[in-house]
Structures are given as C-alpha cells and as structure tokens.
Write a protein that binds this ligand. Structure first.
Ligand SMILES: *[C@@H]1O[C@H](CO)[C@@H](O)[C@H](O)[C@H]1NC(C)=O
Length: 322
C-alpha cells in the first residue's frame, strides 16, 4: 500500500517561470531499476501480443464492478450501491483506486467533483498508465488552491517512458461546485483530453515523424488524492491547512467505451468488430477546433511547446508540426 503512495508523491521538479512541474515519478525510477535487473522480463513484456474485445461499461457505472480501492486504509469509499466513490486525504494519508480492467484505446469518461474550499497543497490525480520501463501514460492532475483561487489542471503524455509534455490550464468553471466530465479519447491517431466535451488538448500520432505514440501497451485507470504541499500551490509557498481535513474528492458516472485486451478474442483493430465504435475514427471536428483554440488562448497557463528556455537545444519535434 505504501508503494502506491510513494509512486505518486515522490516527484522531482524543475522550476520554470514560477511553475513547478512534476517531471518524473518514483515509478519511472523504479522502472529503470527493473530494466537493469530484468531485461528478459522487459522483452517479454514488449512483445506481448495484444488482442482485445470492445466493451462498453454502462453509463450507470458501478464502482464495485469496475474499480478496486488500492490504498488509504478506509479513506476511499464506494457509496450509494456503487454509484459514487469518494477519496479523502488527511494528515496521515491520502487514498486511491484503480480500474480492474486494462484498456487499449477507448473513450473514457469520469465525472469528478474536486476538493472544495481551501484545497491548497492537495493533488487529485486521474490518469491512465501502463507498466514497465517504457510505459505510456495519459495524465490529468488537479492542483488545489486557496478558497476562491483557481485550480490548475495539469496534463501530460508519456510515450515509451518519456514525458516532459506538460500543458496546464485553468478551468472556465468552479470544479468544486459540481461534477464535471473529464474524458480521454484514445484511438490509434489521437489522444484527446476533454472537459465537459470540450477538447483542450490533442496529442497526435506523429510516428511517421519519429515521435512515439501510445498504441501497444494496455493501460489501467488510476486515481488518487494526496498531499503535495511542498510544490503544488504556488511552488510550495501555500501550505495545506490541515484544520480543514479531511479533504474529499468525489467520482461518479464512469463510462468506458473501450477495448479491453484479452486472449482469444477479436483484435483491437479497425475492422475487428461489426459494432465499430464512433470513437475509433474520431478526431477534433471544426467546431471542436474552435473550442480548443478558445480554451488554449484564454485558459492555458503553461505549454511545454512555448518553453524555449527549458529546451535550449530545441523544442521537442512535435511542437513544430501543426
Ligand atoms: C492558485 O491561485 C493563484 C492566484 O490566482 C494562481 O497564481 C495559481 O496559479 C493557482 N494555482 C495553483 C496550483 O497554485
């Protein structure tokens, strides 16, 4: 259990224009060790043949059925017959859960209501990740703030173990007043981050230009609420007010229209199923492009592709491809 916590709380940082960026997690470090210790295990992992069945998890959602609580000694709770899940954080511990299934492509929606009031120092992480040294990962992280000050929505994409693709946003609503839908649309050509159906970020498949894309490694969904007062709010200047604990984030209406790899079933490929899903070929349409431009113009507060100081030897290649 301790492992999960460390996984997320041991970040290393780099200061840029007063924004502190989690660059790599303990997990990646452990993975590197694994690479040294067990090259054969890694090879076996990489050549795993993936077959996959299309699965839609009903919109009613049942947290008992779809998720396991993984740490927090009772601080994570499934309530209302599986319709609601809450994570809590106090001075002693945070808490977290993970999906029972692994997914390889899909449209995955979760409604989240973030820690209200003074949430400074808290981080609600919601992400997909695969295992192993060259893991892929798609991250949403919500950094809390003082009452009335805006949350920061931090996003990142790791491919083959390499991240450093942070983009951060403010939201155009108060994410603590109500549930809002955070979605990941992941198909062979795009990873699209969406908030209430509005695309905010589109990571494209640019393999033809030599940029890795997540497409072979199934990922599990993870979420956790933990404390990062050392850096989360204004670079650690604002500390967590433990008199306000426990801090609580809530989840409901999980929906996964996604491929779940399993042996002996259809491959997760375009024509594998008669019931071909819309998300498989989906991309940001022209109305979506306009919305995304609006968000990026008005609500984006950090974009790694604009951080020339951080990449003195040149911006990452995807930054110069429209
Ligand atoms: C908190 O609010 C301040 C003031 O608006 C802002 O500068 C900061 O980026 C916000 N977010 C975090 C995570 O500190």
């Amino acid at each position: 259990m301790e492992g999960y916590k460390k996984d997320l709380s041991t970040y290393s940082f780099l200061t840029h224009n007063t924004i502190l960026l989690p660059l790599s997690s303990k997990r990646s470090y452990n993975s590197l060790l694994l690479l040294h210790q067990s090259p054969t295990a890694m090879k076996a992992f990489l050549i795993t043949i993936i077959t996959c069945s299309l699965l839609t998890i009903g919109s009613a959602g049942d947290f008992y059925k779809d998720f396991d609580i993984t740490w927090g000694d009772g601080r994570a709770k499934i309530l209302n017959n599986g319709q609601l899940l809450t994570l809590s954080l106090d001075k002693a511990s945070g808490s977290g859960f993970q999906s029972k299934n692994e997914y390889l492509f899909g449209k995955i929606d979760m409604q989240i209501k973030l820690v209200p009031g003074n949430s400074a120092g808290t981080v609600t992480a919601y992400y997909l990740t695969s295992q192993g040294p060259a893991h892929d990962e798609i991250d949403f992280e919500f950094l809390g703030n003082l009452s009335g000050d805006p949350y920061t929505l931090h996003t990142n994409v790791f491919t083959q173990g390499k991240g450093n693709r942070e983009m951060q946003f403010k939201l155009w609503f108060d994410p603590t007043k109500d549930f809002h839908t955070y979605s990941i649309l992941w198909n062979p050509r795009h990873v699209i981050f969406m908030v209430d159906g509005t695309p905010i970020r589109d990571f494209k498949n640019l393999e033809s230009r030599g940029i890795a894309f997540p497409k072979n490694q199934p990922m599990r969904i993870y979420s956790s609420l933990w404390n990062a007062e050392d850096w989360a709010t204004r670079g650690g200047l604002v500390k967590t007010d433990w008199s306000k604990a426990p801090f609580v984030a809530s989840y409901r209406n999980f929906k996964a229209d996604a491929c779940v790899p399993s042996s002996g079933t259809s491959k997760c490929a375009p024509n594998a199923t008669a019931n071909k899903s819309e998300w498989w070929n989906q991309e940001v349409d022209s109305a979506g492009q306009e919305r995304m431009k609006w968000v990026q113009k008005n609500y984006m507060i950090y974009n790694y592709c604009s951080d020339v100081k951080r990449f003195p030897q040149g911006l990452p290649p995807e930054c110069s491809i429209a």
